[in-house]
Design a protein around this ligand. Sequence first.
Ligand SMILES: Nc1ncnc2c1ncn2[C@@H]1O[C@H](COP(=O)(O)OP(=O)(O)OP(=O)(O)O)[C@@H](O)[C@H]1O
Length: 327
Amino acid sequence: MPTHQPPVVRVSHLSKHFGAHAVVQDVSFELAAGETLVLLGPSGCGKTTLLKMLNRLVEPDGGTVEINGRDILAQRPELLRRGIGYVIQQVGLLPHYTVAENIAVVPRLLGHAPAAIADRTEALLTRLHLPPARYAGQLPHQLSGGQQQRVGLARALAADPPIVLLDEPFGALDPLTRASIRREFRELEELRSKTIVLVTHDVTEAFELADRILLLDAGQPQQLGTPRELLFRPANEFVRRFFAAERLALQLRTLTLADVFVETSHWNMADTNRRDSDNLNSQITVNEALERLTSADTALPSFPFTVAQLMAAFGEALQREEDAWKR
Ligand SMILES: Nc1ncnc2c1ncn2[C@@H]1O[C@H](COP(=O)(O)OP(=O)(O)OP(=O)(O)O)[C@@H](O)[C@H]1O
């Protein structure tokens, strides 16, 4: 994360009450350009309310939000929102507008030229695996849930906003579709340079997508850090318990081959036997390596270590993490 650039988003001591109920309490964080922050926590902990305070759909009772150094209260809400992409939980496509018309809403408000809007719509649909010739003229009800969510994402990205807010963007999907759309989402070139705040209650999703996670409980921030910090350096008992049930799965998704083979000869062996340096990448996670090692697909590049060797090295890496924690 570059430290010399001012943060794109700066949230300071943000609070919100509904009646006597403190829904968000004293939340602060800063986001650098291109960073993805995941707001995570149990249902009702205030994630959506916090997200909506970033684009003035909810006004705070205390604290400030600055975007590119400017207090958002100094900007007209409609203008502010045109510069911030937003995907809501229920997708919210306009039912009588076609896919292309839905995507064009914000660029039209911004006065973009019709030809430019058409080009952009076509490019986005193509990138989101919705061939425009087939889908541009369809109505939302003709699409599956996953396709509607992709159109919702295309609409949020249409005017190329530097900041995108996503509220449970894969919420309506079954677990398998959810996992595959998440993979596409991660690989989407379009999103690489964006500053993203994403709300989810799904721990795996948070770990797959976040640069940093803000874990909330009853409106109060519990820990802000990388997935790895939350997993291996929980700030308190709530954080530890929140990840306890899925701990092993998360550890497998968090540690990379570079982490587990760091102090053994295995990785050197992998290095010398490397056949395809693009595919045999030390940054892939233990989980991905396991999937590949146990896959029936023989086209995948093989590894110069076995499942047993990988698991032994993984066990040693966990031990190293624990020892470092005790010191
Ligand atoms: N407009 C409102 N008026 C009164 N209470 C509200 C309002 N909006 C939200 N709340 C309450 O604030 C609390 C936090 O809601 P919020 O939607 O921010 O939580 P969340 O963490 O996003 O939950 P979920 O994961 O279930 O969507 C809840 O108890 C909710 O009932």
